[in-house]
Design a protein around this ligand. Structure first.
Ligand code: ADP
Length: 248
């Protein structure tokens, strides 16, 4: 599965989403940890089995940890695959407000289950943008999921997700995602866009790094514009069609 993921990464090189060397080094690093855990737990399980009488409770514990570690390795590979699978960008004209509404509908159930209230402030008559609809959808979806997960995990009493679109300068549009979660510490704030940086037990830490590359690939920026103990704001800015088309 890993060689499969690497083959996909190699195809992506042409699209410059991520340098293969950087990606494979990061994947190797990330897969090594669960592999080491699996091997250590395997040896331990054998030792517990060789005892007289064998300690089956400890063996069971070792096997459970081995399965967790293997799940983690699989998650890394799966997400690498999923996030890199688009090779040809299908650029079309997009209304950011419409796309944002579509993605909101995709997470309707998650919002409901987690008791999150949504508010939107969409500026009308924004210029259109040129983007790959699927990729842009994935980026927005990732931001919304992160926001929901942050609010679901923390002690946040009032869970609100707020989406705002505005004109960015006179040559672009911006979409920002505000949440009322626990926010991000200044130290973590400098790492959230690093590949494989995650604070979640089952996270891959790839979402934001790939999202940032996708947005940069579209000539835009993805930034963490604000964070405090009462939530954070991630902002996507993209050039609009009229001024952002530089022929490439
Ligand atoms: P993952 O979600 O798999 O951890 P991401 O790259 O999407 O990977 O996110 C990296 C890390 O950034 C998360 O583990 C989390 O610590 C932090 N993060 C991202 N979005 C938020 C948010 N809205 N609120 C708090 N922390 C966040």
């Amino acid at each position: 599965r890993l060689s499969n993921a690497i083959a996909l990464l190699q195809r992506e090189r042409a699209n410059r989403l991520m340098s293969v060397d950087a990606a494979t080094a990061a994947i190797a690093h990330e897969i090594k940890q669960p592999l080491t855990a699996i091997s250590a737990r395997g040896s331990a399980a054998l030792r517990w089995l060789k005892r007289t009488p064998p300690d089956l409770k400890e063996v069971q514990e070792c096997l459970t940890r081995m399965m967790d570690a293997s799940g983690r390795a699989n998650a890394v590979v799966d997400s690498t695959r999923e996030l890199f699978k688009t090779t040809d960008h299908q650029m079309t004209q997009i209304e950011i407000n419409r796309l944002a509404r579509q993605v909101l509908r995709m997470v309707e159930n998650d919002l409901h289950v987690n008791g999150v209230t949504v508010s939107t402030e969409f500026q009308e008559d924004l210029p259109q943008i040129m983007a790959d609809r699927t990729l842009l959808q994935q980026v927005i979806l990732n931001l919304l999921k992160n926001a929901i997960e942050a609010m679901a995990a923390g002690p946040t009493a009032i869970k609100t997700l707020r989406l705002v679109t505005t004109q960015d300068g006179n040559s672009g549009v911006s979409l920002s995602v505000h949440d009322s979660g626990p926010g991000i510490t200044p130290e973590n704030g400098t790492h959230v866009f690093d590949p494989f940086f995650t604070t979640k037990s089952s996270g891959t830490g790839l979402g934001l790094s790939i999202s940032q590359r996708i947005i940069e690939d579209h000539g835009g920026k993805l930034r963490l514009t604000k964070t405090s103990s009462s939530g954070c704001i991630f902002e996507i800015t993209l050039p609009s069609v009229a001024t952002g088309d530089s022929g490439g």
